[in-house]
Design a binder for this molecule. Structure first.
Ligand SMILES: *Cc1c(COP(=O)(O)O)cnc(C)c1O
Length: 386
């Protein structure tokens, strides 16, 4: 038997229905979506248009506001660098948060090396930025605020609507990395006052290597600076022959999520709470990292006092697949920058794990995971005492 998979924040499997929707576009329907002068191309183009609508519907955007990319990393780069370069004459100050994904923090670091100023807002114990601090950080030369919708490690959900309102009041663009929230929480870019939003296929049961950036269409024209130049695809914002099978897969994944999110998120929340209650009853001193209630329904990030998370990973290698930080930084074995940003010492970061539930997980698996984790924790802490 393979280990139980509880690392859905790192990636999810492709849904069978998504795979089936994609398959024809590898073979018979292989046309280039730009070659609309003939049937092959126009059929591919139609499939792309349908997917654009499906993705738009998931976040209540208009189809023409969706730019297909290779994933959320590229979407984030396009948002940050595209706005920074487009508005460089207006100002060179960007506000973000300390707990963002590396795909936000790294482009910001790059800009900083090239003369931009970056404010990285601190967060409280729960992972929330302070809205007054955000207001105070806005300057006349601020061009962009980028705050993630939900954190990929601790699951904390940011008050996106309030942040969007602040950004709008000050005439500053607002980008949110919604990669972990899309498909799990209802999102409405109008209601939330979001100008740019990133999402990724493989975090919502679509394929890897495909994502999208929502770019609001303004009356006054804001033209992001493209980061990949060429034939002018995707409104000139992202050149390159469209990944038609990937796009069809992302569209189908978005359609399924739009339809099933409510029920599935509720199911995941119940499973997650069962997991937490089970662990809390059996692991002394266990604590939640992140917000107790304002969190993703399928996320549980826990502190296991006295347990080295790497040792736990090894001990449970055949039983349970989970994460000790974020997959995006696993080449480094540094303690999680997110747990540290909550104000905890390194010791806590090294004794914390992330459990991410998903469609395949069952109640039986939750109970087995509780047994495995509690047993391994007991063994590891017992060894430590001897
Ligand atoms: C996974 C993830 C990304 C990167 O997405 P890719 O599509 O793998 O490039 C960016 N931001 C967040 C919050 C993520 O969870």
């Amino acid at each position: 038997m393979r280990p139980i998979y509880m690392d859905h924040h790192a990636t999810t499997p492709v849904d069978q229905r998504v795979l089936e929707a994609m398959l024809p576009y590898f073979t018979e329907e292989f046309g280039n979506a730009s070659s609309i002068d003939h049937e092959y191309g126009s059929r591919a183009d139609e499939a792309v248009q349908q997917a654009r609508s499906q993705v738009a519907r998931l976040i209540r955007a208009k189809p023409e506001e969706i730019i297909f990319t290779s994933g959320a990393t590229e979407s984030n780069n396009l948002a940050i660098l595209g706005v920074a370069e487009a508005l460089a004459d207006k100002g060179r100050h960007i506000i973000t948060a300390a707990t963002e994904h590396p795909a936000i923090l790294d482009p910001c670091l790059y800009l900083e090396r090239h003369g931009w100023q970056i404010t990285r807002l601190p967060v409280d114990r729960f992972g929330l930025v302070d809205l007054d601090a955000l207001q105070r950080a806005i300057r006349p030369d601020t061009v962009l605020i980028s705050i993630m919708t939900a954190n990929n490690e601790i699951g904390t959900i940011a008050p996106i609507k309030a942040i969007g309102e602040i950004a709008r009041e000050h005439g500053v663009l607002f980008h949110t990395d919604a990669t972990q929230a899309a498909g799990y929480l209802p999102l409405d870019v109008q209601e939330l006052h979001v100008d740019l939003l990133s999402l990724s296929g493989h975090k919502m049961y679509g394929p890897k290597g495909i994502g999208a950036l929502y770019v609001r269409r303004f009356k006054r024209s804001l033209r992001l600076e493209a980061q990949i130049r060429g034939g002018g695809h995707e409104r000139g914002l992202r050149s390159g022959t469209l990944n038609v099978p990937g796009i069809v897969g992302l569209g189908k994944a978005a359609e399924i999520a739009s339809r099933e999110m409510r029920q599935e998120s509720e199911r995941l929340r119940r499973l997650r709470d069962r997991l937490w209650e089970g662990l809390r009853a059996r692991v002394p001193g266990i604590e939640i990292n992140g917000h107790p209630t304002q969190r993703l329904p399928h996320n549980l990030n826990i502190y296991l006092p006295g347990v080295n998370n790497r040792a736990l990973l090894v001990a449970l290698k055949h039983e349970l697949a989970f994460a000790t930080g974020s997959a995006c930084a696993t080449t480094k074995v540094e303690p999680s920058h997110v747990i540290l940003a909550l104000g905890y010492p390194e010791e806590r970061a090294k004794s914390s794990i992330r459990l991410g539930l998903g469609r395949s997980n069952t109640e039986q698996e939750i109970d087995r995971a509780v047994d495995s984790l509690a047993g391994a924790v007991e063994e590891l802490t017992h060894k430590l005492r001897i």
